[in-house]
Design a protein around this ligand. Structure first.
Ligand code: MF3
Ligand code: CO
Length: 252
């Protein structure tokens, strides 16, 4: 079942998503060599509450924290621990807030200090693959158009697209239908309509696309332990095309 959203609902998802985007900027500003992953989680938790929201991930299927923090070969769902970030790491921060009953969800990957050219390239290609996917989120297009745009861009730069995790519809729940794979043929899949709100989230790997889950039941890593990057936006489909809801509000 796909729940199409009216303008009031999109406004509410936008408020949650802007709160997420502002929080990501706060967390980004705290990222430097020597900071612990738990400190970043604390900023995420306090920011959500300061916005009169609730951290969306904490307690979701028993996930234990407010933020997913995924360092280097961790693809997604890294649980914040006492690890201290070090110069040369790349760190994915994935964050969600529920505000007034509606969810916002966004992620980015940030360099710690000075990182390798290859790591920089992986991050910029992943971010650009997200933008290519978003550009396809128009009424009349199909989900496969998003998937194909992400995959063809990422693979043209020699990187691989994670298969085991996908984007999703979002609204009154964190994960709604439809699923948004980051790979697949164009012109296939469900037709996109005005009022769909989608969390599009490519996870792009330096080496193999294969992943495995560590024994904590959450942490997804690349099978070859090479680098992975992740960017995500919450996007609404309007008559004239996509609008990104998870954009920071400079006044906040
Ligand atoms: N952005 C991720 C997702 O949509 C974050 C979920 S983490 C979880 O799946 F802990 F909440 F599962
Ligand atoms: Co998501």
């Amino acid at each position: 079942m796909i729940y199409l959203k009216n303008n009031e609902e999109i406004e509410k998802i936008k408020r949650a998503s802007v709160a997420v985007a502002n929080g990501l900027l706060k967390i980004k500003a705290a990222i430097r060599p020597g900071v612990s992953l738990k400190e970043l989680d604390k900023i995420a938790e306090e920011h959500a509450l300061s916005q009169k929201g609730i951290p969306a991930f904490k307690g979701y299927r028993s996930y234990p924290a407010s933020l997913c923090v995924s360092v280097n070969h961790v693809v997604v769902h890294g649980i914040p621990n006492d690890y201290l970030l070090k110069d040369g790491d790349i760190v994915g921060i994935d964050y969600g807030i529920v505000l007034d009953g509606y969810y916002g969800d966004s992620a980015m990957t940030i360099p710690v200090g000075v990182v390798s050219d290859r790591a920089n390239k992986l991050m910029s290609v992943t971010q650009e693959s997200l933008m290519k996917g978003i550009a396809q989120a128009r009424p009349g297009n199909r989900i496969g158009d998003i998937s194909y745009a992400v995959q063809s861009y990422a693979e043209s730069h020699g990187f691989s697209v994670v298969r085991n995790f996908v984007g999703h519809g979002i609204g009154k729940r964190l994960h709604e239908e439809p699923q948004i794979p980051n790979f697949g043929p164009k012109g296939k899949g469900l037709k996109l309509e005005v009022g769909m709100v989608l969390a599009i989230e490519p996870m792009i790997n330096e080496g193999t696309y294969e992943t495995e889950i560590l024994s904590d039941g959450w942490t997804a890593v690349t099978k070859d332990r090479k680098l992975s990057a992740h960017f995500e936006h919450t996007v609404a489909i309007l008559k004239d095309g996509p609008i990104i809801l998870s954009t920071p509000d400079m006044a906040a």
